[in-house]
Design a binder for this molecule. Structure first.
Ligand code: BYC
Length: 317
């Protein structure tokens, strides 16, 4: 017990000294579990996030916008891959993570349980959802676990491009015809509050935050990040003449920040329990795609096995 305690203390000192923890380093079991939970849920979010956007690839209004959207959706698949690989360094395999997702044991971001009804939604997703994602993920480039922090550096660069892609769409629509502007406003109305929910429960109701902050897995609290996102995004909406759907939104001179209205936490908890507008559809689609892709995994494994045997035979010769 004493030696276990001192290991934990040494671990904490190492983290406090801003060192990165690497896969083979000693770590408390709870640190490992917390990371597996967070990184795998993050990976699932990237992969499930491809669905609402993929929905518009065949209906993008121009060849240029189709190409950009295709590239963006492929980037999300890549993010999922880096993150699953980072989680695997902690001793869990991909198949187990997929099972946790498909059986509802592992969560993914609440935001991807809302439908993308119009092309303006693709703008709103890029602008707001990727914008919120960057706000959260820039701090994760400094997270204490080495493989996660390195994966986040590349992901953040790509997310910045995604955010600009979304803002460009929404700006074009906001400056278009009356009908297009109304579509942009409607998308903002529907995506604003769910985007704020991406940052998770308020700090007082966030069971994992205190320990994750202490271990420097998280470097900023849920509420701090939400506030930073609001302060950054409100002027972007004003610039293109759209209105944030919050009557309580008001600049607070003293705090040098915006005050904003009460979030609908019942809606948030309902969505993360699996009862949002698209939860069932998202998982059913994932299961179907995974089953249909079984032959690809089998072929890849058979090829890897063939290569391994060939190598073995060559080194024996
Ligand atoms: N949705 O104690 P808390 C993206 C869960 S961006 C669903 O504060 P934590 C993308 C939480 O998991 C989105 N569940 O937890 C963008 C916990 O339940 P469990 C993904 C949520 O972990 C554009 C419980 O509520 N980004 O992928 O300290 C295009 C209590 O919360 C949510 C990340 O995953 C939510 N919004 O903090 C394509 C970033 N919020 O796990 C793709 C990495 C909370 O105990 N993750 N919960 O059953 C994080 O930074 C943190 O995990 C969170 C939550 C800030 C999200």
């Amino acid at each position: 017990m004493t030696s276990e305690l001192s290991l934990e203390e040494r671990f904490q000192n190492y983290v406090d000294g801003e060192n990165k923890i690497e896969p083979k380093d000693w770590m408390p079991e709870k640190y490992r579990k917390t990371l597996i939970r967070q990184i795998s849920q993050h990976a699932h979010s990237e992969v499930i996030g491809m669905q609402p956007e993929g929905n518009w690839i065949t209906r993008a209004p121009s060849l240029r916008s189709k190409l950009i959207l295709l590239a963006k959706v492929q980037d999300e698949a890549g993010h999922g891959l880096y993150l699953y690989s980072a989680a695997e360094t902690l001793g869990i395999d991909r198949q187990e993570m997929i099972e946790q997702l498909q059986t509802g044991k592992a969560k993914y971001s609440s935001i991807f349980n809302y439908p993308t009804l119009t092309w303006a939604d693709i703008g709103a997703v890029g602008w707001l959802v990727d914008g919120a994602a960057i706000q959260n993920q820039v701090m994760l480039t400094r997270t204490s676990y080495g493989p996660y922090s390195r994966a986040m550096v590349k992901i953040c660069k790509e997310e910045s491009f995604h955010q600009r892609q979304g803002y460009e769409i929404i700006m074009k629509m906001a400056r278009g015809t009356k009908e297009q502007k109304a579509m942009a406003q409607d998308a903002l109305n529907r995506w604003w509050w769910p985007s704020l929910m991406m940052f998770g429960p308020s700090d007082d109701d966030s069971p994992n935050s205190a320990q994750s902050m202490k271990w420097k897995i998280k470097r900023k609290s849920n509420d701090t990040l939400r506030q930073e996102f609001i302060d950054k995004t409100v002027p972007q909406a004003e610039f293109i003449g759209l209105t944030i759907p919050d009557p309580d939104l008001k600049w607070n001179e003293e705090r040098n920040s915006y005050d904003f209205g009460e979030m609908n936490w019942d809606e948030f908890y309902n969505v993360i329990k699996g009862n949002g507008p698209c939860n069932k559809q998202r998982i059913a689609h994932h299961v179907k795609a995974h089953e249909e892709g079984a032959w690809v995994r089998e072929a890849a494994n058979a090829y890897a096995e063939k290569q391994r045997k060939r190598k073995e035979a060559n080194s024996a010769a």
